[in-house]
Unconditional design. Sequence first.
Length: 416
Amino acid sequence: MTATPASAAINSARLDDHLNALGQIGRDEFGMQRVAFSRQDVAGRDYVSTLMRGAGMSVRIDPAGNIIGRVEGTDPGVPAIVLGSHTDTVPSGGAYDGALGVIAAIEVVEALRDAGHTPRHPIEVMVFTNEEGTSFHRWLLGSRAVAGLWEPEDFAALDDDGVTLTDTLPNIGGNMSRVEAARRRPEEFACYFELHIEQGPTLHRGGFPIGVVTGITGRSVYHVDIVGEANHAGTTPMALRRDAMSAAAQIALAVRRIAGEMEVCRVGTVGSMDVHPNAGNVIPGRVQMGVEFRDERMESLAAAEVELRRTAEEVGHAEQVAIAVTAQRNTPSVPISGNMQQLVADASEMAGLEHVSLPSGAGHDAQAIAAITPAAMVFVPSVGGISHAPAEFSTPEDCANGAQVLLNAVLLADER
Ligand code: HGY
Ligand code: MN
Ligand code: MN
């Protein structure tokens, strides 16, 4: 007969206050601007570090800039239960992506203290550097450092304006020369839980308060560089143009066709485009595009790449432009183990909350940390399924539900 796990309750008012306070840091009229390494990001990191100390955690910054809070357990010989997420946002993003997981993790530690319950396992709360990858185009940067998954491109990363990651890491307390010391050994951790908004429509549409994540999507990212010939928009006959924008438009429609009507992979997006010289009366001589595909099946991502390259070849020839497709990064999909899914489902039932299983279409730090310890994710509904936009919203009740499930998962993991 297993002892019933200790009980403790989330303070939903405190959770809501902290979430709203963080949601004001780095906000402007276009949304959240806490892009990694920005002064807004630093302000958000300072705020959560203060909350962590207030919750009784020791707080340190590792060489990759990750903020790591820790409270000891009653048994010094057991590995830590880790909770984490990120406080950096996409440009003009929302106030819940990442932020909810960090604020709820801190709330879990506070609620345990309020209940006078010290778990056997130590608890670590991690705020991971540059989860979004907006800066340096290297996403999951901090969590991949913890998992020992950095690639040469991370060490040598340059931002769009030529600034090196080496020069930037100190802005958040990091140090490139010691970044390998951020790597943690699997035996240091018992397991990892991340609470996150779904960022899609399933839970909100279905009326489910909790999502048990079954797996996290794979993602392949490409830089497409199209070079034609800048020329006069008024005097150049259509037949003599080498128009980089016409080629770019065809590539963008092809990306939609590959994931859409061709169903080669689950989704495809052209999210960024730089037009040169970007003047209304000049035929663009060059267009640079960011392309990404996502799918749980890596073979589908490979097939999407083949199709992208074939299309680039065809369009380059037809438009007489040079098109270079460079693979920037390929992040493998990660399944969540049955045991860890069951832990989250049991934690939901402990809270009397209905739950449904679903895959994650978004990437998360959990998919990096899963490389060194069993990981699980708890989702709560995103109203209207909107995310990565200022309209991103989750209700205080849903946020509190998610935090309670996170707390229950810690209690169950601690007991098991
Ligand atoms: O892009 C993503 O999937 C995540 O929000 N970083
Ligand atoms: Mn996120
Ligand atoms: Mn995000």
